[in-house]
Design a protein around this ligand. Sequence first.
Ligand SMILES: *Cc1c(COP(=O)(O)O)cnc(C)c1O
Length: 353
Amino acid sequence: MKYPSLTINKSKLSHNIKIIQDLCTSNGVSFCAVTKVFCANSEVTQIFYDAGIRDFADTRIENLKKINYPSTTKWLLRAPMLCETEDVVKHSDISLNSELSTISALSQKAQKTKKTHKVILMIDMGDLREGIVPKDALNTCGEILKMPNIELYGIGANYNCFGGVIPTQESLNEVVEIAETIEKNFGINLKVISPGNSGSIHFLTSKTMPKRVNNLRIGEVILLGRETSYQQHIEGMFEDVFCFDAQIIELKTKPSMPTGEIGLNAFGEKPTYVDKGDMIRAIIACGRQDVSIDKIIPLDKNIELIGQSSDHTIVDVTNSTTKYKVGDILSFKVSYGSILSLSTSEYVKKVLV
Ligand SMILES: *Cc1c(COP(=O)(O)O)cnc(C)c1O
């Protein structure tokens, strides 16, 4: 085995996918599987594909390029940059948008390649990340409908992200109303109403999803087994699909207080210390460029993460009942933020078990 490693349990992941598939199906909602947290790692997307997932979504076009299974639909979740519109038309079927100038650029690129690109217009329902304000919906749709090789495929909204706003039934109903106003005004049918992510799972478990909502974009709950509005565990789902392991490279009894005058640490911060006398300190071979210690939880409850530089993490193992030695592995529970950074770090091995 090579370390540090992010381990992904295949059967637990397949099981979690199945639970969300059943939950969505029984509520008449489709979903696209969001792959951004694990950088669309191809061994992991294969598990999704094998489980029957055909709609894949990511915020980065680089990640969507890696997903090449037959009969799939690829969604770009982050509004395209003007510099990437050619790639967006080439490597995605649907993109989420909020700027007419960008959609117009997509239209031009789509005409060149004789493709039709599908656009989901994002409405900002108060989370204050992407989206047009609701009162601009009709005008914006009017413009989109004029653009060649662009299909106005639906509307969407995002919650639980920048503002942490929790979606309510009232807010989802408003999205549906906006959709129906657009449909009536232009005499069209919007195929997709997609107002949410893992923060909208509670509408499925309580069977309170407004009727016309027919899509969600789902990442986190599949990976971590918890919805993100109230952090509730979803019955039957595994919370430990992922696990992080790092190896001890030094283990010594040292004081808890540094010796000498204290200046700035490697990151320009002035550290403070509590004198706890001598302690047994382990150094594990991972650092800030792999993961932050605030975002991982040791499985050994008697050890404490006390600090980190770029490539070293210092652990107080004084109170552990395990007699650690150099070469031993410390294991950690991960969160959304740590899966993200561990997946991004090329130093961390991704291991499927
Ligand atoms: C990341 C993202 C999602 C998925 O969110 P999860 O909380 O992981 O389910 C959905 N929509 C957009 C626009 C996103 O950026």
